[in-house]
Design a protein around this ligand. Sequence first.
Ligand SMILES: NC(=O)c1ccc[n+]([C@@H]2O[C@H](COP(=O)([O-])OP(=O)(O)OC[C@H]3O[C@@H](n4cnc5c(N)ncnc54)[C@H](OP(=O)(O)O)[C@@H]3O)[C@@H](O)[C@H]2O)c1
Length: 415
Amino acid sequence: MPSAIVTGATGITGSAIVHHLCKDSQYEKVYSLSRSNPGNENPKVQHATLDLQGSAEEMAKSLKDVTAEYVYFCAYLARDDPADLSRVNGMMLSNFLQALEITGAIKTLKRFVLTCGFKHYGVHLGHCKQPLQEDDHLLEKNYGDVSWPPIFYYEQERILKDAATRGGWEWIVTLPEDVLGYARGNFMNEATALGLYCAVSKALPGSKLPFPGCKANYFAFNCWTSANLHAKFCLWAAIAPNAGNNIFNVMNGDTESFQNLWPRLAARFGCKIPNPMFPYGGTPDSQGFGNYEATTVRMQSRHPLAAHADKIGVLVDSNPTLFLQVDPEKWAKRKDVNEAWAKLRDTYNLDQKAWENATWDFLTFVMGRDWSCIGTMSKARRLGWTGYADTWEELEETFSILEREGILPPREKHS
Ligand SMILES: NC(=O)c1ccc[n+]([C@@H]2O[C@H](COP(=O)([O-])OP(=O)(O)OC[C@H]3O[C@@H](n4cnc5c(N)ncnc54)[C@H](OP(=O)(O)O)[C@@H]3O)[C@@H](O)[C@H]2O)c1
């Protein structure tokens, strides 16, 4: 029976993979690796604390008796500077692969599954060609007179493919969109920030839930990726015939929009939908909702769609603009908002760290953009993938976990 190695085993994507490997009777042993110890008590799991920033030789010592047929690489270190992000994450992957070469574990390897994401297409840089397809050409740093910051996944993908060619095993790269899931101690996820925004809005006078972003995004189409579904996909891709040496989009399989999700969020958290939702138009440079502060962000580089301009026959000469009728970062610093949070925290014994580390800046981008972000799952489906998750159900499930973990107030008390 095969064994698996999971790096980033305490993270959102990695912990879900460990969970599903434990449930899968085909796997005998799961080696989980990260700097902290998740304390997994499943007898199949053997944890090793390992710093992937160490040298290959150092890592090889910690990995002395570790061999596996399948590797799931989900380790990730955030860095603000795109070049640094590429360097650090590229080095972690490359040193880890070298460590497996030093120990000889590479000889038993069949497939190596690397988790990347939609940033592969440049979705963080602006409007991309839609729907996103795996064979879309890479967003090179320069395209004519237009340039973009480096994309760190390209460095990781290159390192992985080179090592696979050297070693004679197969690689898989997965591209999830924004992940819905939970990892203990990791508050850097969209559902936490969204849930906190809703719970505190409910506690504020009037309990209104204004959509923080722009009107165009309220009506745009988006997709999300459940951490559980992504984990199931990775396990499928590791053994699916003909899936090797491929890159795959991984999304829930439904198409969603804020016009559909926002009223559901309001109902779930006991908030009221304001009407009008966009009293000042919800377009760049317009006024904030009520007495909230608005923000307009003009991004530096051109929309990535510019790299497809010749192909689609449309000149793309503008840069992305984000508009927030409620700037989430400024909202989270307001006195009334902090007082409402403190009251909830003290009443329900909530985790202050969740509030302090919530990724408000992430909401800024996801809500403030005025373009859709949709990929296609056709490539995986052609190879037999049938997985599906309902985005609203996944969001609800994540909120329930956040409530159980003392990050959000309990549902029944505020509905
Ligand atoms: N979360 C999302 O919404 C999302 C969406 C699309 C794509 N992605 C991509 O998915 C991949 C995985 O991200 P994630 O969200 O699962 O990350 P995450 O939740 O932040 O977890 C990162 C993991 O990496 C481990 N790690 C970090 N530095 C390490 C080091 N030096 N040595 C060993 N382990 C280290 C962390 O554990 P320790 O801190 O204990 O070491 C943790 O287990 C990334 O490429 C990310 O860009 C994520």
